[in-house]
Write a protein that binds this ligand. Sequence first.
Ligand SMILES: Cc1ncc(COP(=O)(O)O)c(C=O)c1O
Length: 396
Amino acid sequence: MSHVMDTYARQPVAFVRGEGVWLWDEAGKKYLDALAGIAVNTLGYAHPKLRKALTERIDSGVLHTSNLWRIPDQEKAADRIAEITGLDEVFFCNSGLEANEAAIKVARKYGHERGVAEPAIIVMEKAFHGRSLATLSATGSRKVQAGFEPLVSGFVRVPLNDLDAVRQVAERNKNVVAVFIEPIQGEGGINVSRLEYLRGLKEICERKEWLFMSDEVQCGLGRTGKWFVYQHAGFLPDVVPLAKGLASGVPVGACVVGGRARGVFKPGNHGSTFGGNPLAMTAVVATIDTIREEGLLANASRVGEVIRSGLKAVDGLSDVRGMGLMIGAELGAPCGEIVRQALEAGLVINVTADNVIRLLPPLVMNEAEGRMVVERLAPLVRAFLARSPEPTAAAR
Ligand SMILES: Cc1ncc(COP(=O)(O)O)c(C=O)c1O
């Protein structure tokens, strides 16, 4: 019996070696990775630049010093993040939920500074923000929340892509100080915000002096073909939580602020023992520099298009969504079994929201490998659809 706490439904496979977009299991079987450890392994596996930077870091003997002292690599990483986000200040932590927890605290403090004693944050149905008490309360999934009540208060929920719902809340709730949105919902099923909707939301935030907080933990860092989804919409948010792909596999999180949120946190307002340590910061700098040097944003658009158009050509597969290398293919019925079938076919994928195949490949995947993803996945989807045809639009 394993002593690992039983909180995940795991597949019976262990990956023990990786190179590029390829993984090998304990028996030496080779797999094409179209998931990147759930959007984490930006540079794939054993990338020479990341390897060199981390090896030098380890050889220096200094993996951690604490935030009691200056950390030059943290300063460097914050400069890089400020450049790519267009924002001003970075708080480093170790995970997505921590980045979001910091964002929620920033919003509350911003509210208190404006004289709002009980600040509220607008959040979206089907969003996923993490599993701490505040972030699961912000999450739009009863499955994530059930059993952990009482929830943290101060969240008002609206449907995604519905500007009128936000306007109505704006009318009647004077406590709102921020909108918190995952502009492409990952866990919720690759639900894409319309760019017009994001711009409309930003306009409301400007008018009401609310913070616009864009949870780009999963969709950010180049995956959609630009560094961040808000850049497709053409404006700057006030708060951007990051994690996952930011350090290509080394645990890290960051809460990036600018605009109205700049200067809200002051000394003593927040902290993290591990946050921003030299090991993680080395990986952040190497990841961002390599994305730039290797043109991985344009690559994500190109290869994403190859995969999406390949999947759209599968007869009966009507709904293929996403941007760049964040791709969802919705089937008409729960399709979790496809994960195991894909593993058998040497392909690593995921299913989320019960019936959405989710692909989040490393950004280093090339077009030939993208075509290979489609070649391995398409027959499984066809077989699935033959067993359980998609319901017609009317039956849905
Ligand atoms: C959009 C989003 N926010 C937050 C999180 C939580 O990140 P973590 O699991 O690192 O706490 C996730 C994780 O899937 C996520 O997708």
